[in-house]
Design a protein around this ligand. Structure first.
Ligand SMILES: C[S@@+](CC[C@H](N)C(=O)[O-])C[C@H]1O[C@@H](n2cnc3c(N)ncnc32)[C@H](O)[C@@H]1O
Length: 293
């Protein structure tokens, strides 16, 4: 039997894979915190795939997860890791700076976007952050550039709409409305609503004990540990090093279209209808080889 793991799958789950996420969006996805090991025995798995997940973990947890991938994979099993490509972002940033210097009118918007790509998900304190604000602002002066960077994610965020951050609501209500709406629209609604109710109670309690600063601090802490924020970024050197340290060999950078995983293209994970789902990515694969363990 072939066993494939999609770790931190988000909304991109596959019916015949084991799909794991800390915040499952549908019942077919198993609630699982990838920093707590993987729910499989040694050498049981053929493929481990994690797209735009590793950068959400502390570097030590990222290495822990890759070591777990190595543990659960069969001999010659493949790990495929996809992350935002720090090198590409840095090159794009320098290029935007140079274009600003040369007086290119659109370059200032590209510069603004690329700085957001670099920093926003690391520092944001509310869902969507500055990127969502930019994409739902009505007019995006450099829409083609943004789409070339983050592909269908940009379109999804544009559709997301500004309702979640309705400025007419006070901050506390805004958070509550958004979180209850999200909770009710996802799997395990009752458990989620109960958890969110407990969290909102904790926010109120901190507010009562420590004032506004206390309630804002606990809300920020809850958000920043929800799985949305980035905790590190990788390029082809640091991701390769991480895979090597975790025991993998035959590590190589590939394109969205290439894979050593049998039938990978048929799953529509990195390429959907001929389009790369996350064009800002670095795609890297490694193999477990008994001799390299
Ligand atoms: C940027 S999304 C990527 C989703 C999907 N893999 C994709 O390529 O579109 C990051 C996902 O990682 C999940 N995640 C973050 N931390 C996690 C953890 N510790 N364990 C499991 N999933 C986690 C988040 O809930 C979120 O669904």
């Amino acid at each position: 039997m072939t066993t494939r793991l999609n770790i931190g799958c988000g909304a991109v789950w596959q019916p015949d894979w084991i799909n794991l996420d800390i915040q499952p969006s549908v019942p077919s996805v198993r609630q699982w915190d990838a920093t707590q090991g993987l729910p499989c025995g040694d050498g049981e798995v053929d493929v481990c795939y994690a797209s735009h997940v590793v950068e959400h973990l502390h570097p030590a947890d990222a290495e822990g997860l890759l070591r777990q991938c190595h543990r659960v994979l069969k001999d010659r099993g493949i790990v495929r890791i996809v992350v935002p490509d720090l090198e590409a972002i840095a090159r794009e940033y320098v290029s935007a700076l140079d274009r600003v210097d040369r007086g290119d009118a659109q370059a200032a918007c590209d510069h603004k976007w690329i700085v957001m790509e670099l920093l926003d998900q690391m520092v944001r304190t509310r869902s969507g952050g500055e990127m969502l604000r930019y994409l739902t602002s009505g007019t995006i002066p450099n829409e083609a550039f943004v789409k070339s960077r983050i592909g269908s994610d940009a379109e999804d965020m544009m559709k997301h709409g500004p309702a979640a951050s309705d400025p007419s609501l006070p901050v506390v209500q805004r958070g509550l409305v958004r979180r209850l709406r999200d909770a009710l629209s996802q799997s395990g609604s009752i458990t989620r609503v109960a958890r969110y109710a407990r969290e909102e109670f904790a926010v109120l309690l901190c507010g009562a004990l420590l004032g506004r600063h206390g309630s804002e601090a606990i809300r920020e802490a809850l958000f920043r540990t929800s799985g949305e924020c980035h905790r590190w970024m990788y390029d082809r050197v640091s991701l390769k090093r991480l895979l090597e340290q975790s025991g993998f060999s035959k590590i190589r950078v590939c394109t969205a279209f290439e894979s050593q995983i049998e039938g990978f293209a048929s799953y529509g994970l990195d390429v959907v209808k001929g389009r790369i789902r996350k064009p800002d990515s670095l795609f890297m694969e490694g193999m477990k080889q008994r001799s390299s363990a």
